[in-house]
Ligand binder design. Structure first.
Ligand code: PLP
Length: 217
């Protein structure tokens, strides 16, 4: 059995230097995060606001906390004071709430728009059209405590690598089309099972959990 630090070390050797590794620590105990921290890892991903807040309180202040999961509007307040990046923004209403809580905490909160690229019904995310209309509407100029930095997506859970590749490629093209105009710098795609395909298709931020910490129960 390999340890958390060995898994991290192996991943770091494998990932290109310009790809940011988010260690997804959801459901895992603080001790596991401390092991990864001691191995030099600073970016961690959680998918529940209160779990993230509880861990933030117990762990070193230089950890960068990424909210990677679907975020309910009434939970934004728990993470607004410290969250580094909110990956899965999928509505204008959520953006408005993040702006409000950013104003309360007196900080600009970096966000990504989640675009639905998977074929499954269960995956959250905006359509290309809805993402485009948020970006074009001019409303972001009013939301001065929110900064949209790029896009996030999750591929279909499948063994069909060609399908995963097509989905990532689609998001990557959208990202490149919008990058200049909206000053994007982050394309968050790729998990334990598909990060290699994601990177081949232009990802610069991968969210990896089980390949570092082991399977979740
Ligand atoms: C859980 C999760 C991950 C990590 O999944 P693994 O397969 O364990 O690497 C990545 N992104 C999101 C949005 C997740 O919810």
């Amino acid at each position: 059995m390999s340890s958390i630090s060995e898994n991290l070390c192996q991943l770091k050797n494998e990932l290109p230097g310009d790809v940011t590794l988010i260690a997804v620590s959801k459901t895992k105990p603080v001790g596991d995060i401390q092991q990864a921290y001691r191995a030099g890892q600073r970016d961690f991903g959680e998918n529940k606001a209160q779990e993230m807040e509880a861990k933030w309180k117990k762990l070193p202040p230089d950890i960068r906390w990424h909210m990677i999961g679907h975020l309910q509007r009434n939970k934004v307040k728990y993470i607004a004071p410290f969250v580094k990046l909110i990956h899965a923004v999928d509505s204008l209403r959520l953006l408005r709430e993040i702006n409000k809580q950013g104003a309360n905490a007196n900080r600009i909160i970096p966000c990504l728009l989640q675009v639905k690229i998977a074929s499954e019904d269960s995956k959250y995310g905006l359509s290309e059209e809805d993402a485009s209309s948020i970006l074009q509407s001019g409303v972001l100029a009013e939301l001065t405590f929110v900064s949209v930095r790029g896009l996030m997506g999750m591929a279909t859970f499948t063994d069909d690598d060609d399908q995963i590749k097509r989905e990532f490629n689609y998001l990557s093209k959208l990202y490149r089309d919008w990058k200049e105009e909206y000053d994007f710098s982050i394309l968050s795609m790729g998990m334990s099972g598909d990060y290699a395909i994601a990177i081949e298709n232009g990802s610069n931020m991968v969210r990896i959990g089980s390949a570092i910490f082991g399977e979740r129960s």
